[in-house]
Design a protein around this ligand. Sequence first.
Ligand code: SAM
Length: 153
Amino acid sequence: MKRDPVGQYHFDPETYLAMVLSEVPAYFALQEATAEATTGVVAAQILELGVGTGETAKLVLAVHPMARLTGVDESPEMLDCARKRLPSADLRVGRLEDPLPEGTFDLVISALAVHHLDGDGKADLFTRVAERLRPEGVLCWPTWSSPTTLATR
Ligand SMILES: C[S@@+](CC[C@H](N)C(=O)[O-])C[C@H]1O[C@@H](n2cnc3c(N)ncnc32)[C@H](O)[C@@H]1O
């Protein structure tokens, strides 16, 4: 993962797993817990925000094998990797700050991605997510905060 001069992160699918495991040692447990948390949801349409290499989607779709997954990520390289693992998913290059894909979703998932937005960005995203969720729909967003961030709050 690299950061450009304006503070954007660029993820590399080749190095992503090693990087994320160094930052989030319980990464695989978090992914399994995310999928398990969706078990009670009747989900035909799933939206994922920040698909990355498709790890989260792979496990969530194992719980909801009949569901259609639409996913968004700003990194074409990460999505190329995800497409190999999720050939039936509709994966789109886009930013979380942009309009969300059209449609109504039963379940919106976003693992380790929303923390890239600032407070206003998160509030705006959650407003737009609420507009896309069906009544009783579920947003599942396991997130991350560094010890430094917590210590400086
Ligand atoms: C830490 S990875 C998480 C990927 C996956 N959900 C997982 O748990 O492995 C964060 C992903 O979010 C994407 N991302 C970060 N900021 C974004 C933004 N503002 N809009 C769209 N995608 C973004 C990155 O390209 C990256 O693939």
